[in-house]
Design a protein around this ligand. Structure first.
Ligand code: AHR
Length: 519
């Protein structure tokens, strides 16, 4: 833990210890890639079908089968990229089954997720149309586990090549003249598990081979992302990085892949009983936050390994699956991973973003799992209804950090809480600046105590403040069709200007953003 942390307090009554937060508004750090606000949509449960895609004949307003209410809600987040078609599904997906007239597309069994039949009605063209509607960059995960090098190579050609070629002719035959732009390409997924149960070395060799044939066609440049580690498996990252590095030869470390990924889910319970999304105690809440806080040391660990091989940080680190994973809602298909989303999930998200912002130098992308109706979703649909989850609001309130310069926030006097022998910092903050606006995000993770934070704002003068808050009576509060705004952002009037900056009174379990206008 940092030296300045005061370990103490189970204060459940008053405003607790005042915390000092020092920000030098003129000392800009690395840029926060907008892609850390990325999303993930898998053929899993009701994420694609019912979530994004209802088909052209649906009564729900749609364009080419894509739900327009979902598009509108996600556009408000400035969603930068969307990862598809999996996850585990990616390694059993054969893209050629998902092109051409829908009635001719063969179906398959989605063996990972519920053993349901997949009719392939949502395929390449539908995904690319969705990205265009969202204004998001596509991030496609290719099939290494059960696919072939040729299949992946032809998919890239189909999507991105101009001029004349077999795949270009096929694409045109299916109604698309112009090539698309596909910036992000994943070489498989979780190769240590559902993506083929490979060893790190076996996957690394495969990934180099696959990457070789994922060509840059015309002016489309692929950013190839190697499927990385689970949690803190640093040896996986080491194996990948070792293969990219070539001491003594002329090759750049980014010759094969431009980034390596890893996955980290917040799962505070054992796998067999991950906990209930809606019913939990304060102790379970704190354990969740401790689990979420761990992503800091894990990013740090992978970065340290990468630094040994790539000190100039040319290889990106990508966390392309993160979020909470609870038991499914009672009565729903266990293979569909449908879970509710409370204020607790929102605070997990805000804590992750503070940590991501601090690692802006190495972390280039992150993708919440998953966008609609699966795991820590942004949106929940049920027939015609659409609900914005508390987590959605964190993404929206934080969107000003996208592509802004990070600013260090020095927190002094933060109360830490002992949770299962470890220390959870109960206050978290991060900040960024873009031109004449700075955005400060601050979360009071304490379940029962308010906190006062004195911001010492240096280097530039602040001429205006707009505050917003996301909180609720209880951590269990959530949104549903009958009460869609139980947890929704409101104007915040708890920030008062002082000689040095601001004094901010944070209610318990709250997330606040402060947009500062700078002279
Ligand atoms: O997001 C659900 C699953 O979690 C993904 O398919 C897989 O990559 C991970 O294990």
């Amino acid at each position: 833990m940092p030296q300045d942390t005061t370990t103490a307090s189970d204060d459940t009554t008053g405003t607790g210890t005042a915390v000092r937060a020092v920000i030098n508004l003129d000392l800009e750090g690395p840029r926060i890639s907008r892609h850390i606000y990325g999303h993930f949509a898998e053929h899993l449960g009701r994420c694609i079908y019912d979530g994004f895609y209802v088909g052209e004949d649906s009564d729900i307003p749609n364009e080419g089968g894509i739900r327009l209410d979902v598009v509108e809600a996600l556009r408000a987040l400035n969603i930068p990229n969307l990862r598809w078609p999996g996850g585990c599904f990616a390694d059993e997906y054969h893209w050629m089954d998902g092109i051409g007239p829908k009635e001719d597309r063969p179906s398959m069994v989605n063996t990972h997720w519920g053993n349901v039949e997949e009719n392939n009605h949502f395929g390449t063209h539908e995904f690319m149309a969705l990205c265009e509607l969202l204004g998001a960059d596509p991030y496609i995960s290719g099939n290494v586990g059960s696919g072939t090098v040729r299949e992946m190579s032809e998919w890239v050609e189909y999507l991105t090549r101009n001029g004349d070629s077999p795949m270009v002719r096929l694409r045109k035959q299916n109604g698309r003249e112009e090539p698309w732009k596909v910036p992000f390409w994943g070489i498989g997924n979780e190769a240590w598990g559902c993506g083929g149960n490979m060893s790190a070395q076996a996957y690394t060799d495969e990934a180099r081979r696959y990457s070789t044939y994922c060509r840059n066609h015309g002016d489309n440049t692929l950013y190839r992302i190697a499927a990385g580690a689970r949690d803190d498996d640093y040896s996986w990252t080491k194996t990948l990085m070792e293969s990219m590095n070539c001491l003594g030869c002329q090759r750049e470390p980014t010759s094969y892949f431009q980034a390596v990924s890893f996955h980290y889910y917040t799962i505070p319970g054992p796998w067999e009983d991950k906990g209930n999304a809606l019913v939990f105690t304060d102790d379970e809440y704190y354990l969740t936050m401790l689990n979420a806080q761990r992503v800091d040391e894990i990013i740090e660990g992978h970065s340290r390994v990468m630094d040994c091989y790539d000190p100039k940080k040319r290889v990106g680190l990508v966390l392309d699956e993160w979020g909470t994973w609870w038991n499914v809602e009672p009565g729903t298909n266990p293979g569909f991973l449908f879970q509710q989303n409370t204020l607790r999930d929102a605070l997990v998200a805000s804590l992750h973003f503070d940590i991501f912002h601090r690692h802006a130098e190495r972390l280039v992308m992150a993708n919440i799992a998953q966008t609609v109706n699966v795991l820590q979703a942004m949106l929940l649909t049920d027939g015609e209804s659409l609900v914005l989850t508390p987590s959605y609001h964190v993404f929206e309130m934080n969107k000003g950090h996208q592509d802004a310069a990070s600013l260090d926030v020095h927190l002094l006097g933060v109360t830490a809480r002992e949770v299962e022998g470890e220390e959870l910092r109960t206050l978290s903050a991060s900040a960024s600046v873009k031109g004449s606006t700075a955005l400060v995000s601050v979360s009071n993770l304490d379940a029962g105590s308010a906190r006062e934070v004195s911001f010492d704002l240096r280097g530039r003068s602040v001429t205006g403040v707009r505050g917003r808050i996301l909180t609720a009576d209880t951590l269990q509060d959530h949104n549903a069709p009958e009460h869609p705004e139980s947890v929704a952002p409101r104007d915040f009037d708890g920030a008062e200007t002082t000689d040095d900056g601001l004094r901010v009174a944070l209610p318990p379990h709250s997330f606040v953003t402060l947009e500062l206008t700078l002279a």
